[in-house]
Design a protein around this ligand. Structure first.
Ligand code: AKG
Length: 286
């Protein structure tokens, strides 16, 4: 099946390092995904906190294999995977997915980083990786929506280092220079919208100081031809079985098979190589 992107959107991704697809999931699909995140026992038993520099937390759940749950089917459906294959120029596999949940008044911030700032250390030789963030709630500047620096993916990989709290972020000097030249875009999203972004796109988000919850799911993919050279906490190339888009609705509120819960990470850590380089353990979620 073709990618969901039209020619203009496809060109926007190459130019800007991200592209927004409004209403990617319809209201029924979105409600199923939201309810699954809220009620799936395997998800709820794998929540961990990731603190920002002020100690405010994002509630996280990370899993490596999509499985047959409704959210696994969403990560494997044609409209998602065919679009990723279009963006990455060939076969892709599921690298991992995560819930990033910012609760009202207490959700934490994310500092400027590139996902490839992490994934590079996992032995992924090429930046042939991308993510799709799905809004489960309305995401606005007030509740800490994703912010991207338009065109920053063209800067290549930036060095990442230790920040305050539990975070690894991009070299602040470089980020400051980029901020002078590139436009910062707040990705305001309605539930069901998806923003696709390149692994070298600089992104961040603010704390949630509003009364409104901000939950998103992020599906991350790697090109099959970019099979990591190192064994690490995310999977090597694993063929991905695509399903029709209708499978999401047909599944209903289908949960993850608890027998396969080992696909969930207890608490995602920074890549071992990066921890050694930084000289101390760092937790993270990438
Ligand atoms: O949830 C967010 O606001 C950002 C998450 C993020 O940047 C990440 O997981 O790498």
């Amino acid at each position: 099946m073709p990618s969901i992107l039209d020619t203009e959107q496809r060109a926007a991704y190459d130019r800007d390092g991200y592209v927004m697809v409004r209403g990617f999931y319809d209201p029924v699909e979105t409600q199923l995904l939201r309810e699954a995140m809220e009620t799936d026992p395997t998800v709820r038993s794998h929540v961990y906190d990731r603190a920002d520099a002020q100690g405010a937390v994002t509630r996280m759940v990370s899993w490596n294999h999509p499985g047959d749950s409704v959210y696994g089917l969403a990560a494997r459906c044609h409209k998602m995977v065919d679009t990723m294959e279009d963006l990455l120029g060939g076969e892709v596999y599921h690298y991992h997915s995560k819930l990033t949940a910012k609760e009202p008044y207490e959700g934490g911030a994310w500092e400027w980083h590139q996902d490839y700032g992490y994934w590079y250390h996992n032995g992924c030789l090429f930046p042939l990786m991308a993510s799709a963030m799905t809004a489960l709630d309305r995401c606005t500047a007030d509740n800490g929506c994703l912010q991207v620096l338009r065109g920053s993916h063209l800067m290549g990989r930036i060095e990442h280092g230790l920040l305050e709290g539990e975070q690894v972020g991009a070299d602040l000097k470089r980020v400051d220079m980029a901020l002078q030249r590139l436009e910062r875009v707040h990705c305001v999203m309605e539930p069901g919208d998806v923003v696709f972004f390149h692994c070298n796109t600089l992104h961040r988000s603010d704390q949630n100081r509003s009364p409104n919850r901000r939950w998103t799911v992020i599906n991350c993919y790697n090109a099959a031809r970019n099979d990591p050279t190192l064994v690490h906490h995310h999977p090597p190339y694993t063929p991905l079985a695509k399903v029709p888009d209708a499978a999401i609705r047909e599944a209903g509120l289908k949960f993850y098979d608890p027998q396969a819960a080992s696909a969930f990470l207890a608490r995602a850590s920074a890549p071992a190589e990066l921890q050694v380089k930084l000289g101390r353990p760092v937790v993270g979620a990438r």
